[in-house]
Design a binder for this molecule. Structure first.
Ligand code: GLU
Length: 273
């Protein structure tokens, strides 16, 4: 009897803790970010970024920080919104974890190679578009694949969980087998070890992999349009508006062009419409 009362007590304590932690997460996610920034002396903005994606968000071990276009845009926006780029903090996300981390209030915004689409708009709000990509295939130099149309039931394509690429490839090549990984470094390692014939994701991400791994190439032209935007929680519309204003400001004052050329020196600045 005593034992069951103690167990009941433990169970109730655990229950209360779980409920309380749920409330805290909810409370953080519901806190008005614009008000928090205005009311805090040294306000930080927490951005969810990739940490394994060359050119957009890649952890540099020697310098102990994540670097890339997404990271630099987040710093420039933070400077516009809080007066100091060093108020930007970064949390690593993957394609699969980014929306749950945002919804839980662990991060204020996602700037992580994320395509805007109608399905995602049901869960989060998006800023204006800040980058234009398109899905492609990465293959070993000597592969006989030259585009998505060459994929058959004999081929295995490697993709990442939670990405639009994993969905799109099934629509474009219903015959091919698709294996899904946690992130792009795992997917590429799988290609290197012969677990598949191609990695699929946005061309800009694949070009970042090729830059670090000679012996691989893109196969064919992009077969989708992937416009990137910053995701912000529903209910944070004032923050979304501020992000858009800050984005306009860094486009107007030339910072956007400077950062674009820093990371994509060969590319022309896209018309983001
Ligand atoms: N842009 C695509 C997406 O949002 C692929 C890149 C990624 O996995 O982040 O899903």
């Amino acid at each position: 009897m005593k034992k069951s009362i103690r167990l009941l007590g433990l169970f109730l304590t655990a229950f209360v803790l779980v409920v309380l932690s749920g409330c805290t997460a909810g409370a953080v996610a519901n806190q008005n970010i614009v008000e928090r920034v205005e009311e805090t002396e040294n306000p930080t903005l927490i951005w969810g970024v990739k940490a394994d994606t060359n050119l957009f968000g890649l952890y540099n071990i020697a310098e102990g920080e994540i670097q890339g276009f997404d990271v630099d845009i987040a710093k420039a926006l933070t400077e516009e919104m809080t007066g100091d780029a060093s108020n930007a903090e970064f949390v690593e996300v993957t394609s699969k974890t980014r929306i749950p981390l945002l919804k839980n209030g662990n991060i204020d915004a996602i700037i992580a190679t994320m395509t805007v689409n109608e399905e995602r708009k049901k869960q989060v709000n998006f800023s204006d578009v800040y980058f234009a990509a398109g899905q492609s295939l990465l293959v070993p130099e000597d592969s006989d694949l030259n585009g998505v149309e060459d994929l058959t039931s004999e081929h295995t394509v490697l993709a990442v969980k939670g990405s639009t690429s994993a969905q799109n490839i099934r629509e474009h090549s219903p015959e091919a087998e698709v294996l899904e990984f946690e992130n792009y470094s795992e997917a590429f390692t799988a290609l290197q070890s012969g677990q598949g014939d191609a990695v699929t994701t946005d061309n800009a991400i694949l070009l970042g992999i090729i830059a670090q791994n000679p012996g691989y190439r893109l196969a064919g032209d992009p077969f989708t349009y992937e416009p990137y935007a910053i995701a912000i929680n529903k209910g944070q519309e004032p923050f979304r508006d501020e992000v858009n204003e800050a984005l306009d400001a860094i486009i107007e004052n030339g910072t956007y062009a400077e950062l674009y050329h820093k990371w994509f020196p060969e590319e022309e600045i896209p018309d983001l419409g």
